[in-house]
Design a protein around this ligand. Structure first.
Ligand code: PMP
Length: 353
């Protein structure tokens, strides 16, 4: 341990991102990226912005981007926040809304960054167990707390909650912020953005990383009441008001302008996902009902850690979590049809079918 570290730094357990190995070319199904490139209009806009004036700071208010996102959802711009990836917005939201004097609530099996942010901001967490089928029960969130965060759909389980279930959580928590992390919502879910006018305590967080194929650009959004958006701006401007750079701003605005491309690629991912889920089931896997761009699957006759390693040896990367209750599952991001055929072929060889 370094003598220069604060006690906080010494006690942090940082998030471990999915591996990005360079030793050979893998079929990469481990970090839930989109297999299709971003819209050509996004690339054109970024090139134009690069030739524009990088000497200048970007617009700290992100006005053009916030307006594009607001128009997309038919909301006033005052209800929209933009950040450098939804991870950054989640970090801001934990700082802005969660009460260190109380305990915040989130599922025991969920996006592992929540635990990291809770630690970073000195928050106590109560991890609410998912049931046997990995379902989130909204009534479990009707207890004393200092804030609630739920991903919808959940990761890595891939399962979706209904808006009625989210309403139950919101109704039970009128005095706490409830954050719904919708990183994967475009792959078959119904967004809770439609509820923000009704619930001033609701913050919905989204990203361009998954359904818009822009993980490399780092752009995310939050939608909520004006007081929540103002809270996020306070935190943002206390760190770095120029969060989103000029290239990312230009590319992200263009992403909203090409809805047809977004719909087409999203539908392709959904079709491939449903096919892969069906084929894995036919091979004897248990597969959760996915509304995301990945599937969560376990095989009864072989440890997931061994399937993971054998796939890796065959050049296919998936995600394995050595974590109680899900150590028998693999999370497999949906690639192109060709990539998924190669994955399925490798799986058949491994399970001997
Ligand atoms: N929330 C969830 C549930 C995720 O899986 C991810 C992606 N790892 C994120 C948020 C962050 O996405 P990004 O920062 O790329 O917007």
């Amino acid at each position: 341990m370094s003598k220069y570290w604060s006690p906080l730094t010494a006690s942090l357990v940082p998030y471990v991102p999915g591996e990005q190995p360079k030793d050979k070319t893998y079929i990469k199904l481990n970090t839930n990226e989109n297999p299709y490139p971003p819209s050509p209009k996004v690339i054109e806009a970024i090139k134009a912005a690069a030739g524009d004036d990088l000497r200048l700071y970007p617009d700290p208010t992100c006005e053009s981007l916030i307006q594009a996102a607001a128009d997309y959802y038919k909301l006033p711009a005052s209800r929209v926040f933009a950040g450098n990836g939804s991870d950054e917005i989640l970090a801001f939201a934990f700082a802005a809304f969660f009460d260190p004097a109380k305990t915040i609530l989130y599922p025991d099996i969920t996006y592992s960054f929540y635990k990291v942010y809770a630690k970073l901001y000195g928050l106590q967490s109560e991890l609410i167990p998912l049931d046997e089928s990995f379902t989130i029960h909204p009534a479990d969130y009707a207890r004393e707390n200092g804030g609630v965060i739920l991903p919808n759909p959940n990761a890595p389980t891939a399962k979706l909650m209904s808006l009625d279930a989210i309403r139950i959580v919101l109704d039970a928590n009128p005095n706490q912020a409830v954050i719904i992390d919708e990183a994967y919502i475009d792959f078959g879910g119904e967004s809770a953005v439609s509820l923000i006018a009704e619930y001033p305590n609701l913050l919905v967080v989204q990203t361009l990383s998954k359904s818009r194929s822009l993980a490399g650009l780092r752009v995310g959004f939050a939608f909520g009441s004006e007081e929540l958006i103002e809270g996020l701006n306070r935190i943002k401007n206390s760190f770095n008001s120029y969060t989103i750079d000029r290239l990312a701003l230009a590319g992200a605005v263009a992403a909203f302008e090409d809805d047809a491309y977004f719909r087409e690629t999203t539908e392709k991912v959904i079709r491939t996902r449903d096919r892969v889920a069906g084929e894995l089931t036919a091979l004897g896997f248990t597969v959760t009902d996915s509304k995301t761009n990945f599937v969560f699957a376990s095989y009864p006759d072989k440890p997931a850690s061994s399937i993971f390693q054998q796939l890796r040896d065959k050049g296919v990367l998936v995600r394995y979590f050595a974590q109680p209750r899900i150590e028998e599952y693999l999370r497999i991001s949906i690639g192109t049809d060709e990539e998924m055929d190669a994955f399925l072929q490798a799986v058949k060889e491994i399970v001997g079918k």
